[in-house]
Ligand binder design. Structure first.
Ligand code: FES
Ligand code: MG
Length: 573
């Protein structure tokens, strides 16, 4: 006897003839959908992070139309729904404060609605992890499609990259090397199309992670937002999700331990953002995969960076796409990958990357002659970071990777801004800049302020890098010898809270050490005088600060870790 396929979960809404079935269908028919759309075909939710306040995702309504075409072609019923959109450039105090909130929106929107499979439209930095996290906690068949990068920035004959160019030019203004007028003129030239930042910042990194994890069709990461091939990929993703529902190819079958290991290695090979560390740890926590901070160092640290893209290198995402993109990179590190990891197209990652050819050896280098050796995230430990801190060696200055210097301490970001341009500040290029209270609880939300601008008197000497240490994150578009994600953070009573001006700090990246040269007795005395900052009084800030985990765990809320699956909830009437 043939086994009968279980009915799709949407049939708990639409497959009924009673009062509630009437309610579920009739209101939908008010939008113009005919009777046969409710005949048991897969309902595909298109989770859209479109918003005019998230300019990087400003083209997502158009992109969704291409997804819908594909869903209809394959016999599915597409229904688009909005979720909270997180715009990296507008949202204060930091979009990261709301990543977990958006993930809750995604999770509950999926589970509470008649949805059998999900398409995630992701772009600007936090939209990608938020959607992956929320969808993981539901574990339906799910496919990702990224919005794609903007066209390369062009300013007076030169390529200029999102973020990276801003950090460079603003320092040039502070050093007196660039006029304010030129700085303003560059604004209209850096961002000249829809899409996400076209450096290998966090958005492009996370889009690459989506592809490396097997959660999107090949080439997802790099096709420019405005390239017709992005539309085709959206249409193909729409077709594919309907098949995935029929195959019951759930997220948990793709997001395996092997997939995360592939992603960690790919992140090193693309010179990806430190933010990927926190986001992948959080996604792994939702899908139930054991992944920890040390895995990043163990699996990724020795992997060379093949991709010569800003902020670590020269080129931009358009160049990366024309050179062959993520499939070429993964092909070139395939001996380090789990080739049999399953992906959304029903093929293994090994099959997907087979025969990928490189069309520009300057942009994507070979494994044997890489752009930078041993370029993955390094995890540091020591009495200053008992639970770890991270640094991206490929974006750091080689001569500073082993450094001992005098601490110049800033208690918070306001203190930093108030004093950094003061010519009487006792600081030189050998000092170690320390910024406190910018972690998950401290900011709150763990802002991207770890790449502190240098003092003008140092910049004027032509020096562009100093050792900087904080519990903050940094933009994926930034660079420098910047120690980030120090855990536990200062606001949670981590040793970072106890550092004082004049303390000596030793950074030893090859030795993976971050040491504060202060005795345990002295630290105990300082701790006795320390008091935690007062918590926020209400709303999301309060919930967040009371429940956010530390950076080394992925900064998810403690009660959101894990999955509830997608059982059909109780009737609504
Ligand atoms: Fe949105 Fe960079 S600011 S992708
Ligand atoms: Mg950012």
């Amino acid at each position: 006897m043939a086994t009968k396929k279980p009915a799709l979960r949407s049939q708990a809404w639409f497959g009924r003839t009673d009062r509630d079935g009437f309610v579920h269908r009739s209101w939908m028919k008010g939008q113009g959908y005919p009777e046969d759309m409710f005949d048991g075909r897969p309902i595909i939710g298109i989770c859209n992070t479109w918003s005019e306040l998230t300019p990087c995702n400003g083209h997502f309504r158009e992109l969704a139309e291409f997804v819908k075409r594909g869903v209809y072609e394959a016999g599915g019923f597409p229904l688009e729904f909005p979720v909270m959109s997180l715009g990296e450039t507008q949202l204060r105090p930091t979009a990261m404060l709301f990543r977990n909130l958006a993930s809750m929106d995604v999770e509950e929107s999926i589970r509470g609605n008649p949805i059998d499979g999900v398409v995630l439209l992701m772009g600007c930095d936090k939209t990608t992890p938020a959607l992956l996290m929320g969808a993981s906690s539901c574990d339906l068949p799910t496919i990702g499609i990224s919005g794609g990068p903007m066209l390369n920035g062009k300013f007076r004959g030169q390529d200029i990259g999102s973020g990276t160019g801003v950090w460079q030019m603003s320092e040039a203004v502070r050093a007196g090397e660039m006029s304010q007028a030129d700085f303003t003129a560059a604004e209209s030239c850096m961002h000249r199309s829809k899409g996400s930042c076209m450096t290998m910042g966090t958005a492009s990194t996370m889009a690459s992670m989506v592809e490396a994890l097997g959660m999107a069709l090949p080439e997802n990461a790099a096709i420019p937002a405005v390239d017709a091939r992005r539309h085709r990929l959206a249409q193909m993703s729409g077709r594919r999700i309907v098949e995935m529902v029929r195959e019951d190819l759930r997220m948990s079958k793709i997001l395996t331990r092997q997939a995360f290991e592939n992603a960690i290695r790919t992140n090193a090979a693309i010179g990806g953002s430190t933010n990927a560390v926190i986001h992948l740890l959080a996604v792994a926590g939702r899908i139930g995969i054991e992944l920890n901070l040390q895995d990043w160092d163990r699996l990724g640290a020795e992997v060379p960076c093949l991709v010569d893209l800003q902020p670590s290198g020269r080129h931009l995402m358009e160049d990366f796409f024309y050179a062959g993109g993520v499939p070429v990179v993964m092909n070139r590190i395939q001996h380090l990958l789990h080739r049999d990891a399953m992906t959304v197209n029903g093929r293994t990652i090994g099959q997907n990357i087979e025969g990928a050819r490189c069309w520009n050896e300057q942009v994507i280098r070979t494994y044997d002659q890489p752009f930078k050796p041993a370029a993955g995230i390094a995890v540091l430990r020591g009495n200053l970071a008992p639970d770890g801190a991270v640094i991206k060696p490929s974006a750091a200055s080689p001569h500073l990777l082993k450094h001992r210097g005098r601490a110049v301490v800033f208690d918070n970001i306001e203190d930093f801004h108030a004093r950094i341009d003061d010519e009487s500040l006792d600081i030189d290029e050998h000092c170690v800049m320390v910024l406190k209270n910018c972690g998950p609880r401290g900011y709150p939300g763990m802002a991207e302020v770890g790449n502190m601008p240098l003092p003008p008197k140092v910049l004027r000497k032509g020096i562009t890098d100093m050792v900087r240490i904080s519990d903050a994150r940094m933009s994926g578009t930034a660079y420098g010898t910047v120690v980030l994600h120090t855990s536990p953070e200062a606001a949670a009573g981590g040793p970072l809270a106890l550092v004082r001006d004049g303390d000596m700090i030793e950074l030893d990246v090859p030795g993976r050490r971050l040491h504060l040269e202060v005795s345990d007795e002295e630290l105990a005395q300082r701790r006795a005088q320390w008091a935690p900052p007062g918590p926020p009084q209400r709303g999301w800030y309060k919930l967040y600060v009371e429940h956010v985990q530390q950076a080394h765990l992925g900064a998810d809320l403690d009660f959101l870790v894990g999955s509830s699956g997608a059982p059909v909830p109780r009737d609504s009437h």
